[in-house]
Design a binder for this molecule. Structure first.
Ligand SMILES: C[S@@+](CC[C@H](N)C(=O)[O-])C[C@H]1O[C@@H](n2cnc3c(N)ncnc32)[C@H](O)[C@@H]1O
Length: 397
């Protein structure tokens, strides 16, 4: 996800309809807070703000992606991303002698459209492309995008609300899905770990510190064991309590093939670095990035960075083999970005310039190239993957 300006000015005022919608969301959150004795876990707040049917950020009719929305993701803004990813899928499908693709959280549907089109052009179309999307509104958007943009997808795509009952042979994809999962927020205190919850102070939502439930205290103790020094008092951060369960069910869905996850984040030692003492929460509203998830509930995106050490461990604990971990730039170069660029005709000035703009956006360190990482897992498909051939940073996890 990319958003050009960080918050230095007040956020833009929502229009009247959006303000009314956010007020309705706030009323619902306050009712939850009242029912739970004055505060709710941040994880619950984030779930309601993003996914509450009809009102949540991902579950209502807001324009999220693109210029009129709040942020852009790599596939929405740069089809080159999906073309390279498709080439990684082609390598895996070829090894398996064919297969299918399952994408989690397909957003506006651009990645699905472009991956299917590229695979079709490579003569390697998947037998089926399934999309598991928890937002009904986004499912409808994805249908429209595929219809308009990917004739090759016709008849091949199906949507599911839960994981397929029968494990697949093929590739599982998830771009910017883990960062959108509800996170738990904690603060280290001199006498232990506190949970940061969300309450109402009579005027606005505010943070409420409470004793950490045993599971959270144990999870923080576990991550501290991996750090070179203890987290100092006052240190505030997040963790993703859904991750292990999600990885296990995704892994159980893969009979043979690979799982490729792309997101922004760090290995654990960098994620919980002493300098990152306010955590990694990031919100996006009308292309402004800021760190206050308690404003504009339902109107803004809320994300937490990904602890890729936790992802690697959850994947291997779920029975998968870690195939590699690298930056988005190295993954895209390994899967053919330079070859796609070399094949572009410089005399077709418009198309060539558009492609070079995408290369810059996807690979430059100051853009998406290094902030975004790619992690891959395999099952019964163990030859090295092209995406990790140029540079594998698994030893940093
Ligand atoms: C930031 S958007 C990314 C969309 C898209 N992958 C892209 O790159 O443009 C997050 C997406 O993940 C979906 N999502 C969040 N949690 C999910 C889960 N547990 N299973 C499936 N989808 C999920 C959201 O509904 C949304 O479509």
């Amino acid at each position: 996800m990319s958003s050009p300006s960080h918050r230095t000015h007040p956020l833009p005022e929502p229009d009247a309809a959006s303000a009314a919608r956010s007020a309705e969301m706030l009323a619902r959150i306050r009712a939850h807070i009242d029912r739970h004795g004055g505060s709710i876990a941040f994880e619950e707040y984030m779930r309601i703000a993003l996914y509450e049917p009809g009102l949540g950020y991902y579950a209502g009719g807001l324009r999220k992606f693109g210029a009129e929305g709040d942020f852009v993701t790599a596939p929405e803004n740069a089809p080159l991303f999906s073309r390279c990813l498709a080439r990684q899928c082609a390598e895996i499908l070829d090894r398996l002698g064919g297969g299918e693709i399952l994408e989690f959280g397909a957003g506006g549907g651009a990645m699905a459209a472009d991956v299917i089109t590229e695979l079709h052009e490579l003569g390697c179309a998947p037998a089926r492309y399934s999309i598991l999307e928890i937002s009904g509104e986004l499912r409808a958007r994805q249908r429209e995008t595929l219809e308009a943009r990917a004739p090759a997808a016709r008849g091949r795509v199906r949507w599911c609300e839960r994981l397929p009952a029968r494990p697949i042979r093929g590739v599982i994809l998830a771009n910017e899905v883990l960062d959108a999962m509800p996170a738990v927020r904690f603060r280290v205190a001199a006498d232990g770990v506190r949970e940061l919850r969300v309450g109402w102070d009579g005027t606005r939502l505010h943070w409420v510190e409470a004793a950490a439930p045993p599971a959270l205290a144990a999870a923080v103790a576990e991550l501290q064991r991996d750090l070179p020094q203890p987290l100092p008092p006052g240190y505030t951060s997040e963790l993703n309590p859904m991750l292990a369960g999600w990885m296990q069910s995704a892994a159980d869905t893969l009979a043979a093939g690979a799982m490729i996850i792309i997101d922004y984040g760090y290995p654990r030692r960098e994620f919980y670095h002493p300098e990152r003492r306010d955590g990694t929460l990031m919100c996006h509203y009308r292309h402004r990035a800021h760190a206050d998830p308690l404003v504009l509930p339902g109107l803004q995106d809320i994300t937490a960075h990904v602890d890729f050490t936790a992802v690697a461990r959850a994947g291997t604990a779920a029975g998968l083999r870690l195939a590699g971990y690298t930056t988005q730039a190295h993954f895209l170069l390994g899967t053919g970005l330079d070859r796609i660029l070399a094949a572009s005709d410089p005399d077709d000035v418009r198309a060539h310039l558009a492609l070079t703009r995408q290369v810059k956006q996807l690979t430059l360190p100051g853009e998406m190239g290094e902030r975004f990482k790619v992690i891959g897992f395999t099952r019964d498909c163990d030859a090295p993957l092209a995406g990790f051939a140029l540079r594998d940073l698994s030893d940093r996890l």
